[in-house]
Design a protein around this ligand. Structure first.
Ligand SMILES: *Cc1c(COP(=O)(O)O)cnc(C)c1O
Length: 369
C-alpha cells in the first residue's frame, strides 16, 4: 500500500545526521525541535496555534476534553469511520451519536446530521475520510445555527484544502479544533506515533496545551485533569524535514489519482472515487466501490498478482462488538463496508505500477464478465 522502506532510503542521509544530533544532546522530551515543528506547521496551515501530542487518537481526546465534554454530553460522529473517533467519546463518558454517510463521498450526511442534534449535543466530529470533506459549508452552517463546536478529524486530510466563500483554506482549520495524526501511513508521517491539534482560538490553545501536559500550568501546578501526550523530539526532527516535502508529495498523489481515474474510467463494474466540489483532495486513500459479492474476490485476485489492497473499513463503528449498543440506521455505511476497496497510492508509485494495478483490475472484470 505504501513503500516506507524506499522512503527511508531517500531520507536517510539527511535525517540520520539530525537524529544523531538530538541523541547527542539527549533532549528527548520537549526539545527545541518540537516547538520549531509546531511553528512550521502553523505557518504551513495558516493557523494560529499548533499543539503537538502523542498520536491522533490523543488529539481527538484532548480536543473533547478542552471543550469540557463528559458524562451526559452527546457527540455526533459518522458511522463509517476509523475506530478512534468513537473510542475517545466513550472514554470520556460521553455518548456517541452516529449518523450515516453519503454514498458518493463517504462523509457525514448533513440531512441526517440535523435530525440527531439535541440539547445535549456538545460537539460534531466530521471525519475528512480518505482525504477530503463533504459539504463543509452546510455543515458549518448547521453547527452555527445550534451553536455546536466542530472538531475536524483531519488525520487523513492534512494538506487538503477546501474553498469556502471564495477563500481556500486548509482542512482542519475550519472548526473550533482540528486534529491530525503523524502515523507512518498518513500524509505527513513520522517514524512512530505522533499527532497534533490546530486552533485559531488563544484560550482553547492554552487549555489544549495544558491538558496534553498533565493539566499543568507550570511545573507541579496542576489546574485541571490532563493526560500525558507528547511528540518526541526525534519525531519532530523527522516531521520538520518531511513537512518540506508535503506539498510536493500531495501533488504527486493527485497525479496518481488522475492516472487511476483515466485508466479505470471505462470499467462500468466499479464506481471510482469522486472529488466533492471545492475540495483539493489529499488522496490519503484511492477507494473504489465494487459490487459487494465481488469485492473480496477482486482483493484476493490482486493479492495473487502481488498487489496489496485494503478494506477501509470492513464494519461500521456500531458493528464492532465494543460498540453495538450504539444502534443506528445507517444503510449506506453498511453497504460501503461490503463494497469499498482502497488501491495502493503513495508518492513513490511509478507509472508502470499504476498501469499494472489498473490492468489487473480490468483483467479481473473481463475474465468474469
Ligand atoms: C489514523 C487516524 C486516527 C488516529 O490516529 P493515531 O495516530 O493512529 O492515533 C484518527 N482518525 C482517523 C480518521 C485516522 O485515519
Amino acid at each position: 500500500m505504501i513503500d516506507l522502506k524506499a522512503e527511508y532510503q531517500l531520507l536517510k542521509p539527511i535525517l540520520e545526521e539530525e537524529i544523531i544530533q538530538v541523541l547527542e544532546k539527549a533532549s528527548y522530551i520537549k526539545g527545541e525541535e518540537v516547538a520549531l515543528f509546531e511553528n512550521n506547521l502553523a505557518q504551513y496551515l495558516k493557523v494560529k496555534h499548533v499543539i503537538s501530542c502523542g498520536n491522533g487518537t490523543d488529539a481527538l481526546q484532548i480536543a473533547l476534553m478542552a471543550l469540557g465534554i463528559g458524562i451526559g454530553d452527546e457527540v455526533i460522529i459518522p458511522a463509517f469511520s476509523y475506530i478512534a473517533v468513537i473510542e475517545v467519546v466513550c472514554l470520556l463518558g460521553a455518548t456517541p451519536v452516529l449518523v450515516d454517510v453519503d454514498a458518493d463521498y463517504f462523509q457525514i450526511n448533513n440531512l441526517d446530521l440535523e435530525k440527531v442534534i439535541t440539547a445535549k449535543t456538545k460537539a460534531i466530529i466530521p471525519v475528512h475520510l480518505f482525504g477530503q470533506s463533504g459539504n463543509l459549508e452546510e455543515l458549518l452552517q448547521i453547527a452555527k445555527k445550534y451553536n455546536i463546536p466542530i472538531i475536524e478529524d483531519n488525520a487523513q486530510a492534512l494538506g487538503a484544502k477546501y474553498m469556502l466563500h471564495n477563500e481556500e483554506k486548509f482542512l482542519g482549520t475550519f472548526g473550533a479544533i482540528g486534529c491530525t495524526s503523524f502515523f507512518p501511513t498518513k500524509n505527513l508521517s513520522c517514524f512512530g506515533d505522533g499527532g497534533a491539534l490546530f486552533t485559531n482560538d488563544d484560550e482553547l490553545a492554552n487549555t489544549i496545551r495544558m491538558i496534553a501536559n498533565h493539566g499543568q500550568v507550570k511545573k507541579y501546578e496542576h489546574e485541571m485533569v490532563g493526560i500525558n501526550s507528547r511528540l518526541d523530539t526525534l519525531q519532530a526532527v523527522i516531521l520538520n524535514h518531511k513537512l518540506n516535502l508535503l506539498s510536493k508529495n500531495l501533488s504527486i498523489k493527485q497525479n496518481i489519482a488522475i492516472q487511476y481515474l483515466n485508466e479505470l474510467v471505462s470499467l462500468s463494474f466499479i464506481q471510482l472515487p469522486k472529488v466533492y466540489q471545492h475540495n483539493l483532495h489529499s488522496w490519503h486513500q484511492f477507494t473504489i466501490k465494487v459490487p459487494d459479492h465481488q469485492r473480496d474476490k477482486l482483493k484476493s485476485f490482486l493479492k495473487h498478482k502481488g498487489i496489496e489492497t485494503m478494506v477501509y473499513y470492513p464494519k461500521t463503528l456500531n458493528q464492532q462488538k465494543a460498540y453495538t449498543r450504539f444502534r443506528v440506521y445507517c444503510p449506506i455505511s453498511e453497504d460501503l463496508c461490503k463494497g469499498v476497496l482502497s488501491l495502493p497510492i503513495h508518492p513513490l508509485l511509478r507509472k508502470e505500477d499504476i498501469n499494472y494495478v489498473s490492468n489487473s483490475i480490468k483483467a479481473f472484470f473481463h475474465a468474469k464478465n
